[in-house]
Design a protein around this ligand. Structure first.
Ligand SMILES: NC(=O)c1ccc[n+]([C@@H]2O[C@H](COP(=O)([O-])OP(=O)(O)OC[C@H]3O[C@@H](n4cnc5c(N)ncnc54)[C@H](OP(=O)(O)O)[C@@H]3O)[C@@H](O)[C@H]2O)c1
Length: 323
């Protein structure tokens, strides 16, 4: 089998495609032949060392494929099942992999592998952000950063289907139309404009009840300014760099704000939560409540370029890897 590995933390150049000995699945595990692999921003954090992993390490958290072997006494999965995953153990950037069955979901026949590797991380994230972390109400105006990105495109369509008015930020003019086409009602180019001023203008000075912020360092303080009294700051990523320590008295106290730093793992760690998320996300997708516009497909040989494009903000929507 072939797998992408890292021996050191660093830039995209530390990603190496290597030949690796295929192992046998143990009890509670299966061997999956990957058909499609998710490209997620979190993979860059594992690679750079922002989120530490033990080295040397394989890389990638999301994949989908067909079971080729099952471990001893396996009762829930069989050879030939179509399955997908989006969690640790790390190592989805590979032609094959061993994976624990307790974190696997079966993929409905209606959903292609290329689609499900966008749903497992990005779709599940949108589900928990909109339904669990801050359950939005129809008619609310909400703010989402990097609205033309992978998570962003699904978020804007899903929020729209729930009756929300979405204010989205983007980093360049070419992304304005993309965000609008995905259901953003107001798009702000935050490379050119102070988004907090635009948000106040759009909300008649009131502010928004929730900000979903996956950009992090660059947007945190200004996002706090956009919130109304008792609003919720949902900091779920750090594409522009890790956050500085939060000064509670300065940032939260003046408006009695809530702050949360959620991760997909907090919302899918039990079988019940994982199955609930899968059911809801797959139903929403199958019933066409949102579309996936896969911007780019990379091969495992192009993995360095894939990470460069992601970090250089060149990917206009979800991107995947085909092994
Ligand atoms: N907590 C969770 O459970 C969870 C799960 C999935 C994803 N996430 C987070 O959600 C965010 C989006 O993930 P994604 O995979 O869909 O990526 P993405 O949105 O496709 O790419 C990240 C985007 O962030 C924006 N950005 C702003 N400043 C940046 C900078 N200095 N460098 C690079 N990008 C910058 C860029 O959009 P503009 O050019 O428009 O600014 C870029 O396209 C990431 O922070 C990721 O870690 C969190």
């Amino acid at each position: 089998m072939k797998a992408v590995t890292i021996s050191n933390n660093g830039g995209p150049e530390v990603l190496e495609l290597k030949d690796i000995q295929l192992e046998e699945p143990k009890s509670g595990e299966v061997l999956i032949k990957n058909k499609a692999i998710g490209l997620n921003y979190i993979d860059t954090y594992h690679r750079s060392g922002l989120y530490p992993v033990e080295l040397p390490s394989n890389i990638g958290i999301e994949g989908a494929g067909i079971i080729e072997k099952v471990g001893p006494e396996e009762k829930n999965f069989k050879v030939g099942d179509r399955v997908a995953y989006a969690s640790m153990p790390i190592g989805s950037y590979a032609t094959h992999r061993i994976f624990p069955t307790k974190k696997l979901v079966k993929v409905p026949d209606e959903i292609e592998f290329e689609s499900v590797v966008t749903l497992m991380t990005k779709g599940f994230t949108v589900f928990y952000l909109l339904h669990k972390t801050y359950p939005v109400k129809s008619g609310e105006t909400i703010l989402f950063h990097a609205a033309a990105g992978g998570v962003g495109q699904i978020f804007c369509q899903w929020a729209n289907s729930l009756g929300c008015k979405v204010i989205g930020t983007v980093g360049s003019d070419e992304k304005i139309e993309i965000a609008k086409n995905n259901g953003c009602h107001h798009v702000i180019n935050y490379s050119k404009e102070k988004f907090s001023e635009k948000v106040k203008e759009i909300t008649n000075g009131e502010g928004v009840p929730v900000v979903y912020d996956g950009v992090g360092k660059k947007t945190f303080d200004e996002s706090i300014e956009c919130l109304k009294v008792r609003g919720m700051m949902v900091s779920f990523g750090n594409a522009s760099g890790p956050l500085d320590p939060c000064n509670v008295a300065k940032s939260l106290a003046p408006k009695g704000l809530y702050l949360t730093r959620p991760s997909i793992a907090h919302y899918t760690s039990t079988k019940h939560d994982l199955d609930e998320a899968a059911k809801k996300v797959f139903e929403m997708y199958i019933s066409k409540r949102f579309n996936l516009n896969i911007h780019k497909k990379y091969s495992l040989n192009e993995i360095v370029k894939a990470h460069q494009d992601l970090e250089n903000r060149k990917i206009l929507g979800p991107a995947i890897i085909i092994p």
